[in-house]
Design a protein around this ligand. Structure first.
Ligand code: HEM
Length: 135
């Protein structure tokens, strides 16, 4: 290979290596959803949209009022918290959650979690448990 061609090759290679390096440094971190949530800016504390569209009356919710069969309603969505209660983990203890089984817990839920990041994390944690909307 001639010398100018060699130099051109080295320069192209160097630029490519620097380019890849810059891309790696600037690319978003591949974090777990929970970590990504922790660093994401707060734009709203509106609950995420429920994925299930089955509509339940409050009387349906009221039929699930024990810790082994626990539903509650918050902000127009109905959640089955039975599996959540089974995990045994809630920052403020599980009794406070169990008390809300079978109820429209909009006020206690909102009061318990306040506003901002805490509320956002609590609403996000509800998402997997949605079973429908409140009629
Ligand atoms: C009506 C029932 C509930 C009440 C009254 C309540 C109340 C509370 C309270 C007082 C805290 C501690 C806040 C603090 O650190 O100052 C808390 C934390 C939390 N709750 Fe609840 N909670 C309820 C139900 C739930 C449910 C059903 C979930 C999720 C499925 C949930 C998710 C969370 C999370 C993720 C935190 C930690 C927030 C953080 O500090 O990042 N809560 N809750």
């Amino acid at each position: 290979m001639k010398r100018p061609a060699l130099i051109t090759g080295i320069v192209i290679l160097a630029v490519a290596i620097i380019g890849v390096f810059v891309l790696i440094i600037r690319s978003p971190q591949t974090t777990s959803p929970a970590t990504a949530l922790a660093v994401s800016p707060i734009t709203t504390t509106t609950p995420p949209t429920a994925s299930s569209t089955t509509a339940y009356a409050l009387t349906d919710v009221a039929n699930h009022n024990t810790k082994t069969d626990c539903w509650f309603a918050v902000d127009g969505s109905v959640y089955n918290l039975t599996n959540y209660i089974e995990t045994g983990f809630h920052k403020a203890g599980m009794d406070i959650v169990i008390k809300s089984c079978g109820t429209n817990a909009i006020q206690t839920f909102a009061q318990g979690h306040g506003k901002g990041r805490k509320a956002q994390r609590a609403y996000e944690a509800l998402v997997p448990f949605v079973v429908g909307t409140l009629k």
